[in-house]
Design a protein. Structure first.
Length: 516
């Protein structure tokens, strides 16, 4: 393609330079392609054989290392040494070195047939690489680096030059908008850092989870023990390091039942602020139930009219009854009609009844205790009754995910296969009976349970059995998500992250937006 004003051809770098020969005219237009191809084949033999044609022999171009370049590369380099446009900066040593590094290797370029075939097609136009040192701007202050440049892996020259013209994928997240959620519970300390993607979704950037058993001995003494607080502070220091390593737009750090019920819970949070540099807030039981619902909103079946969601924690268990017969709101938590929080969890129940050696009689006593707590919760039956096809349970807890992993007989726990899994009522009953038949060593050797949960899983199964007796259902959906996902969802929605994401995609010239 030639410039309609100057008659120049575009070079590989995208700028027009002098072509170096006259333009064919008249009858030569139809034969221009064949003549050019013949001249391209004849030129190397004429120059190297010493024949004196009508044109004067040109001196071969020497490369930087003194070697003569291949003949088929001579035309491109002759064009690149054409006259520079006015106002162009002189080439520095760094720029010259980068240009040399980007030159194609002889023998690896396209063949003559491919060059002729792709002559009128636009090739990749990579911008030159940055020099090793940071250049000083000629006018104005120096450009500041990207906010998350220290976290991204260093790009090699090959990868950066090859990806210059690649646009972000549709719905790709913006790296500067990071959100963080931390949940310090009775049994676990969990952190999640994510960035918004498509509306209602986000991509996890970093995560952390550790069993700290902060509520160990809380039921007997009413206070957090020194060993438990030390384990929690150590885990929170790791979380603080992850948060400090990234630029977080918004974060929310919460503590639940252990700090809520302990006599020294506030004192412990002050210690966390001094030693880990994190300021945690203690949320109430209603907020905890709403966050659990927000985190599992995408797992509610499309045609469901009634759902019972439960979260079996370490020191408490939250249950929410959801009615979605009316038009669904953008936030599923707005459809909660009844909720309750039981002051019992896997840690407190196992410490009271013993979680290591659990007999069928001990298991029955656990179920009876939880059923007595649920009997005081006044709640109407689900819409359409317990046998309705548009009614199901959603369980979000380590107990439910453990049952799903054992049910799938996984060699190791895989969240991708567990999260969103449907389990029939008979399968849940069979898995509970299977776990009850195992001793402590058998439970600890299972890859989906492990020694950290071997003494807690049957207590969680007792709470699950009591819930299933109160709200019978033929189906239960497993959720490997919870408070952290609810925190992130609420923060991104309140901050308008998905709205900004949609506007940016709409306004890009690629998508034909208003700015294009």
């Amino acid at each position: 393609m030639r410039d309609p004003e100057s008659g120049q051809q575009p070079s590989d770098a995208g700028a027009f330079v002098n072509a170096g020969h006259a333009e064919p005219s008249g009858s030569e237009q139809g034969q221009g392609r064949s003549r050019r191809s013949k001249n391209r084949k004849r030129r190397p033999s004429q120059e190297h054989s010493g024949q004196n044609g009508p044109k004067e022999r040109q001196t071969p171009v020497q490369s930087l290392d003194g070697a003569e370049p291949p003949p088929h590369k001579r035309k491109k380099r002759r064009r690149s040494r054409g006259k520079k446009p006015p106002g162009a900066r002189p080439e520095t040593a760094d720029a010259l070195a980068v240009t040399t590094a980007l030159q194609p290797v002889p023998g690896q370029g396209p063949s003559g047939k491919n060059r002729k075939k792709n002559r009128h097609k636009r090739g990749l136009q990579g911008r030159p690489l940055m020099p090793a040192h940071t250049p000083v701007a000629m006018n104005g202050p120096a450009a500041s680096p990207r906010p998350d440049a220290s976290d991204a892996p260093a790009a090699t020259p090959t990868s950066r030059a090859a990806g210059q013209n690649q646009r972000p994928a549709q719905g790709a997240p913006f790296p500067s908008h990071l959100y963080a959620a931390l949940d310090l519970g009775t049994n676990n300390c969990r952190l999640l850092i994510a960035q918004p993607g498509r509306p209602g979704q986000f991509r996890v950037v970093d995560a952390f989870s550790r069993i700290v058993r902060l509520g160990e001995g809380l039921a007997a003494s009413g206070r957090l023990s020194e060993d438990a607080m030390d384990r929690a502070v150590e885990a929170l220091r790791i979380c603080a390091g992850k948060l400090a390593a990234k630029q977080i737009r918004k974060m929310r750090l919460i503590a639940t039942e252990a700090c809520r019920s302990a006599a020294n819970g506030v004192e412990f949070l002050e210690r966390v602020k001094r030693e880990a540099g994190l300021e945690l807030e203690i949320i109430n039981r209603e907020t905890e139930a709403r966050l659990a619902v927000s985190g599992c909103a995408s797992l509610v079946e499309r045609d469901a009219r009634s759902v019972v969601l439960f979260d079996i924690g370490g020191g408490s268990s939250e249950i929410a009854v959801i009615n979605v017969t009316d038009r669904r709101s953008t936030r599923l938590a707005n459809h909660i009609t009844h909720w309750t929080s039981l002051p019992v969890g896997v840690v407190t129940l196992s410490e009271k009844h013993g979680g290591r050696d659990v007999t069928p009689e001990v298991f029955g006593a656990m179920v009876d205790e939880v059923e007595g707590m649920l009997s005081r919760f006044e709640c109407p039956p689900p819409v359409g009754g317990h046998d309705a096809v548009d009614y199901h349970l959603i369980g979000t807890s380590g107990t439910v995910t453990t049952l799903a992993g054992v049910h799938l007989d996984l060699p190791r726990y895989d969240r991708r296969r567990v999260d969103g899994l449907w389990m029939h009522d008979d399968d849940v009953t069979a898995m509970q009976a299977r776990l009850l038949s195992w001793n402590f060593d058998a439970r600890a050797s299972n890859p989906c349970i492990g020694p950290d949960r071997a003494d807690l899983v049957l207590a969680g199964c007792a709470i699950l059995e009591a819930i299933r007796r109160r709200w019978p259902s033929k189906r239960m959906r497993v959720a490997d998500r919870g408070l952290r996902e609810g925190l992130l969802t609420d923060m991104m929605a309140d901050d308008g992250a998905w709205r900004r994401q949609r506007n940016r995609r709409f306004n890009t010239p690629r998508n034909g937006g208003r700015n294009g």
